[in-house]
Design a protein around this ligand. Structure first.
Ligand code: EPZ
Length: 417
C-alpha cells in the first residue's frame, strides 16, 4: 500500500495545468448508455474512478479505450444491465448508470452503494425521481431493481439539491415520452457539461446551470464527441498549494468562472488572485487572515474544497469557522491535521480553526477519503520536517499525478511503498 512522503520548506512557484474534471467525466461516461455507437471524449483524466467506470461499462458489454487523454466508448447491444456490488461499493457514482439503463433498456439492477467515509449518502432522491418518471422500483437482496415499459416525462422537485440525482434524472428524462421539469436542480458546472453533451446527442435540455431544468424527451439519441471541462476542484487544490507555501502559482487550462467562492474567500483572507479566460494566479503572500466558510451547492463554497481550505486556514493569522452543510461526516481530516499540530476544535458540522502559522510538525498521518488526502498533502508542504501520508490510494481516485504536478512547482514530494 503506497504512502506519500512530503517535505516542508519549499515554496511553490510556476505554472501547472488542470486536468479534465472527474465529476464531469463520470456522468458523461454513463450517458453513453443512452446511445449505441462510438462516443469520443477528450481531456479525460487518468484516475481510478475513471477506470472503475470503464470496468462497469465493460461488464454491460461496452468497449472502452483510454489512450492519453482520449477515451472512446463503443456501446453495442448490451449483454447485461446489472451493476454488481464489487464495482458499486468502490465507487458511489456507479448509481449514475440507473437512469440511462432504465431509459434505454427498460431495466436496471444496481447494487445499493452503501455509505462511504464522508456520510451515509443515500440514493432516495434518485429513486423518487425515477419513480416520478414511471419506473417501478423494488429492492431485492441489496440491489435496486428498476423497470419500465416506457418512461413518461413528469415534474420533479428535489427537496435537497443533489448533483447525482439531477444527473440521473436528466439522462433518464432525455428518452422519456413527454417533458420533464426538475425544480431545485443542481447548478454545478458538471451539470452544464453533461447537458451540453446530451444535447449534442440530440436531447432537448434547457435551463442547465439554473435551478429549473426542462427536458423534452426524444425517441433516440446518437453518439457524439466532447471535450470534458477542466477540474475545478483540482484547480482549487493546486491554487491552495501555492498559497499555503506563500508562492506564486498559475493554474492553466481551467475555468476561473467555476471557482467564484474560492477566489472570493482567498481574496478576503488577503491573497491577491488574478485570472484571465483560462488561468488563475495566486500571488506571493506571507501572511493571511482566518476567514469563515460555509459549504453549500454551487455557486457557494464547494464541499470538495473544504478540507483543502482548512489546511490553508491552519496557517492563517486568527480564527476561521468552517461549516460543512452538505455531508454529515466530512471532518475526518481534522484529527489528522491535529496530529500535525493544527489547533482545531471540531464540533457537529462546524470546525473552529485557530491559525498557528509555522507551528505544525511533520508526522505520519492517514488519508481517510479523497479530499482529506489532498488536505494532508497541502499540510505536509508546511508542517516542519517530513509528513508521511498513508492509504494514498484515496488520492488516486481523484487526482492525476498530483505529486508530479507539485514537484514541477518545487515541492519535495514522493510516493513510497
Ligand atoms: C457529487 O456527489 C460529487 N461526486 C461529490 O464529489 C460532491 O461532494 C457532491 O456532488 C456535492 O457537490 C460526483 O460528482 C461523482 P449529492 P453526489 O447527491 O452526487 C444527499 C468528490 O470528492 N443526498 O449532491 O453523491 C447526500 O447525502 C466527491 O469528488 C440524499 O439525501 O452528491 C448529501 O448530503 C465527494 N439523497 C447531499 O444530498 C440522495 O438521493 C448532496 O449529495 C442523494 C443525495
Amino acid at each position: 500500500m503506497d504512502s506519500m512522503l512530503v517535505k516542508s520548506g519549499h515554496q511553490l512557484n510556476g505554472e501547472v495545468a488542470a486536468s479534465g474534471a472527474k465529476n464531469s467525466a463520470l456522468p458523461l461516461l454513463f450517458s453513453t448508455l443512452l446511445a449505441e455507437g462510438e462516443h469520443v471524449f477528450h481531456n479525460v483524466p487518468k484516475l481510478k474512478d475513471i477506470d472503475s467506470t470503464c470496468q462497469l461499462l465493460n461488464l454491460f458489454g461496452c468497449e472502452t479505450q483510454h489512450d492519453g487523454q482520449v477515451l472512446r466508448v463503443k456501446v453495442n447491444r448490451l449483454k447485461s444491465q446489472l451493476a454488481n456490488y464489487d464495482v458499486v461499493r468502490k465507487m458511489r457514482a456507479s448509481i449514475l448508470c440507473l437512469g440511462p439503463l432504465v431509459a434505454k433498456y427498460g431495466e436496471a439492477q444496481v447494487s445499493l452503494p452503501g455509505g462511504c467515509a464522508i456520510g451515509t449518502r443515500p440514493i432516495d432522491l434518485h429513486l423518487e425521481g425515477m419513480a416520478a418518471l414511471g419506473a417501478e422500483i423494488t429492492q431485492e437482496s441489496g440491489y435496486v431493481v428498476a423497470k419500465t415499459k416506457q418512461l413518461i416525462g413528469g415534474d420533479i422537485l428535489f427537496e435537497t439539491v443533489t448533483v447525482g440525482g439531477t444527473e440521473n434524472i436528466m439522462m433518464a428524462a432525455s428518452l422519456a415520452k413527454g417533458t420533464t421539469r426538475i425544480e431545485n436542480a443542481a447548478k454545478e458546472p458538471e451539470i452544464v457539461d453533461l447537458a451540453n453533451y446530451l444535447n449534442k446527442m440530440g436531447a432537448k435540455i434547457t435551463g442547465a446551470g439554473t435551478s429549473i431544468l426542462t427536458i423534452e424527451g426524444v425517441s433516440e439519441l446518437k453518439p457524439a464527441e466532447h471535450h470534458v471541462i477542466a477540474d475545478r476542484i483540482e484547480a482549487g487544490t493546486l491554487l491552495i498549494a501555492g498559497a499555503i507555501t506563500g508562492g506564486e502559482v498559475t493554474v492553466t487550462k481551467c475555468h476561473p468562472e467555476h471557482l467564484p467562492a474560492l477566489i472570493e474567500k482567498m481574496r478576503e483572507s488577503g491573497f491577491k488572485i488574478s485570472h484571465d479566460k483560462n488561468s488563475i494566479t495566486v500571488h506571493k503572500c506571507n501572511s493571511w487572515s482566518g476567514v469563515d466558510i460555509t459549504t453549500a451547492p454551487h455557486p457557494a463554497f464547494p464541499t470538495d474544497l473544504q478540507a483543502q481550505f482548512m489546511a490553508l486556514m491552519t496557517q492563517a493569522e486568527g480564527t476561521s469557522v468552517i461549516s460543512e452543510t452538505i455531508f454529515e461526516n466530512r471532518f475526518m481530516h481534522v484529527q489528522e491535521l491535529m496530529r500535525l499540530g493544527a489547533n482545531i476544535t471540531p464540533k457537529t458540522r462546524v470546525a473552529v480553526v485557530r491559525g498557528n502559522r509555522g507551528q505544525m510538525q511533520g508526522a505520519p498521518v492517514m488519508a481517510t477519503d479523497l479530499r482529506a488526502s489532498a488536505c494532508l498533502v497541502l499540510a505536509g508542504l508546511v508542517a516542519k520536517g517530513e509528513t508521511k501520508i498513508g492509504r494514498i490510494y484515496h488520492l488516486d481516485r481523484g487526482y492525476e499525478r498530483l505529486e508530479d504536478k507539485l514537484s514541477t512547482l518545487g515541492a519535495q514530494i514522493m510516493r513510497v511503498q
